[in-house]
Design a protein around this ligand. Structure first.
Ligand code: SF4
Length: 193
């Protein structure tokens, strides 16, 4: 597998914010988002067993498989091996690639941050919307369809004034639509990976 990096940190975003997790960042993505803040292109080729060996060196049972877009490479056998090692597997996906239903069932938690709608993944546990001021109506519909935990995350645009405006709008939106919760990129706030 093409692995960009494996590192230990706290989950910075979404439902599991603040909890320790091992991050497996797989290389490559099928999309090119203007606000993408991950450098996922470079990689080392690792076998699944090598990935598992690195993951289990850390004490947290929580593994976040992210990217890039992890579903380009994710396999049932890697999920099975991580489960055999007692790990809880969360993936962070853009949802644009259909996944085998058995693999969908095997993953413990699917966080989907859609960049294109409708998404093609069969299950979403958490819908994490990167908020850029867009119409939220389609995400409301999607959240109801999937019965997902709803996280609204102001986009880091790189423009401080715009970021403040998006945060204000997100807070107002959540106050008016309390089924949503605020997701901040807390790892950036506290300067950890
Ligand atoms: S889907 Fe995610 S990883 Fe891929 S380009 Fe967009 S923000 Fe970056």
């Amino acid at each position: 597998m093409r692995v960009n990096e494996i590192f230990y940190s706290l989950q910075g975003e979404g439902r599991f914010t603040g909890t320790a997790a091992v991050f497996v960042r797989l290389s490559g993505c099928n999309l090119r988002c203007s606000f993408c803040d991950t450098r996922h292109e470079t990689y080392t080729s690792l076998t699944e067993d090598e990935i598992v060996r690195q993951v289990v060196a850390y004490p947290s049972p929580h593994v976040v498989i992210t990217g890039g877009e992890p579903t380009l490479q994710l396999t049932q056998s890697l999920v099975d091996k991580l489960h055999e090692a007692g790990r809880f597997i969360q993936i962070e996906t853009n949802g644009s690639i259909p996944l085998d239903s058995e693999l969908v069932r095997a993953i413990d938690w699917i966080t989907c941050s859609p960049k294109e709608l409708p998404v093609k993944i069969g299950r979403v546990d958490e819908l994490k919307v990167v908020y850029e001021g867009q119409d939220m109506t389609p995400y409301e519909t999607m959240g109801q369809e999937y019965r997902a935990v709803l996280s609204l995350q102001p986009c880091d645009t790189g423009d401080e004034a715009r970021n403040v405006q998006l945060l204000d709008e997100a807070v107002c939106y959540i106050q008016a639509h309390p089924q949503w919760r605020l997701s901040l990129q807390t790892h950036k706030l506290i300067h950890i990976p």
